[in-house]
Design a protein around this ligand. Structure first.
Ligand SMILES: N[C@@H](CCC(=O)N[C@@H](CS)C(=O)NCC(=O)O)C(=O)O
Length: 219
């Protein structure tokens, strides 16, 4: 059986779990301990980040996008990339912008106003909030949501008719963190609201969700 080294609430492991569940691939989850010190974990991923996928023959893959591309090729059904070359590139572009830009903006939105004590986010008192970072990150997140809203106009999923690798990549933020923060749903983004309702109803998305979701604790 495949082994997935991942943390319950981490967005990159979560996005891989969505693809594994969509493709109905059996796997075992391993939560690494002391991953920064453990030489055995460094042999799995010298960058020491999760997720890591260990294949049945012991070979390993890391980087969530690469893992999901591997899963798409190794387990082609159901397809999570469209057939048309432009549409495939479009899906990859939307996925990549999550990893490179949306996730870092959300991380700043969180770190500017909360202390992290997993699974809790402890809201800081106003004088301990980094208001400049909060405003900057809020603006960035809104710009990304506006762009994603545009990508969904006239489409069921970011992949058009198919629930794609880009959809899987956005499940953690759109159905998780941004809902927990109260940023979504927002009537300004109706297509994203409908996407969230559809995504959260999917059995694979439910199966992939964290066992112990993040909660906010007011200071
Ligand atoms: N680009 C990597 C990012 C992976 C990543 O940042 N993983 C987080 C957990 S979601 C992690 O391992 N953080 C711990 C650390 O940086 O030491 C991917 O897509 O897999």
């Amino acid at each position: 059986m495949l082994k997935l080294y991942a943390f319950d609430r981490s967005p990159f492991g979560w996005k891989v779990r969505v693809v594994l569940a969509e493709k109905n691939v059996p796997y075992e989850v391993i939560v690494p301990e002391n991953k920064n010190e453990d030489p055995a974990f460094a042999r799995l991923n010298p960058i020491r980040k999760t997720p890591v996928l260990v294949l049945q023959d012991g070979r390993t893959l890391y980087e969530s996008t690469v893992i999901n591309e591997y899963l798409e090729e190794a387990y082609p059904q159901p397809a999570m990339l469209p057939k048309d070359p432009f549409e495939r590139a479009r899906v990859r572009m939307i996925e990549d912008t999550f990893d490179q830009y949306v996730y870092p903006a959300i991380r700043e939105l969180v770190s500017s106003q909360f202390d992290s004590q997993p699974p809790l986010l402890i809201r800081r008192k106003a004088d301990k909030v980094d208001h400049r970072l909060l405003e900057e990150s809020r603006t960035k997140v809104r710009e990304h949501l506006q762009r994603l809203e545009g990508e969904l106009r006239g489409r069921t999923w970011f992949g058009g008719d198919i629930f794609s690798l880009a959809d899987a990549a956005h499940v953690p933020a759109l159905t998780g963190t941004l809902r927990i923060l109260g940023v979504l749903p927002d009537p300004k983004y109706p297509a994203l609201g409908e996407w969230i309702a559809r995504a959260t109803a999917r059995p694979a998305c439910r199966a992939a969700a964290p066992k112990e979701p993040t909660r906010i604790k007011e200071a």
